[in-house]
Ligand binder design. Sequence first.
Ligand SMILES: [Zn+2]
Length: 363
Amino acid sequence: MPPFEAKRSYRDRGTANIPLRQQAEAGMKAKPSYLLEYLHNTVTENNIYEVAKCNCRCWFCPDCCITEGYKLRARLIPILKTFKGLIMETLTVDPELFSNPKDAYLYVMENRCVSVTTQDLYRWGYLATRRYFYVIEWQKDTQMPHFHVLYDSKYISWNAILYSWGKHRPKDAGEVKENRPRFGTVLHSAPNFKDPAYAGRYATKYLIKTPKEGFPEWVLDMGKERRIRRYSASRGFWGETSSKSNNDNKDKRKNQQKSYRERINGCGQTVNFFQLLVTTDIKTGEVEQNRKWLGQLDIQSKNLIPKINDNGNPKRNRRIFCAENFNAALTQLSTISQKKLGIIRKYKTFHWREVDEQKATNY
Ligand SMILES: [Zn+2]
């Protein structure tokens, strides 16, 4: 088996069977010079470069939410498989209780309404564990948020959950009016899921699509002082590693102070430029791939990426190609895009990162 087949990704089936060098040579349709470095029993190739669309990775971006959604689904399903049963409840908020949908959303977050109701259900014996996962959607007409919550349970009494959800009624809301819920309605929106994979797909399908009418303006204006999540989960739901990787990410990319609208507008406006370092152990055939981020190129993704040949899956937003060195690579890219390319942002100190194909295909 060729060594590069070892690392393949669910988003990258089109190129998984093509060795990296072959892909790189196809990139510019030019004969590469073979710069190989022999060291003891390893051979290193360092003349492979890569360009990739610089994504905004925003959950409200119609492009990026697809990749992010599939990645989340892959993490979610194995956890749902450990549930004793699966029930989805949809929790809504009565629009008459708040002057606008944003206030309603902030109220539910600040009072941790989903978490408190989960604690009630657990205490009353309806849940196997306190674990839950929810996705937020917005009502088309009122823009009010509602929550699709997956519970570790085989049965939840509708009266019990409605009673618990009703306890969140704001204190200054006065008497409950006729034909109105105390706080919001509760819907068993899906049957008891027998297959956790089905439940995982069902819950995350809301994340992978963008609503036809788009997200409410007030949602897209957020993200600057306050974040808004399209999904959330109970504490510890993702296991220990999740919080650790979050800290890592904080170090790497400081969250820019931008609204979601601003972030989405910047999606694909630049291109990330990488060098790949591929080391093969001659004895074992084991391959190690590392990616060095060289910087961001001042060109829109759509003006560069489609011009580089990809004999695997031309739809993906990354390409690899061969070049003798950094300057030659930049010249090749300038020629192909008919524009003298410059680097607008780069790290002060380069460091090699092991290639994570799942993350990589996200660009
Ligand atoms: Zn995006």
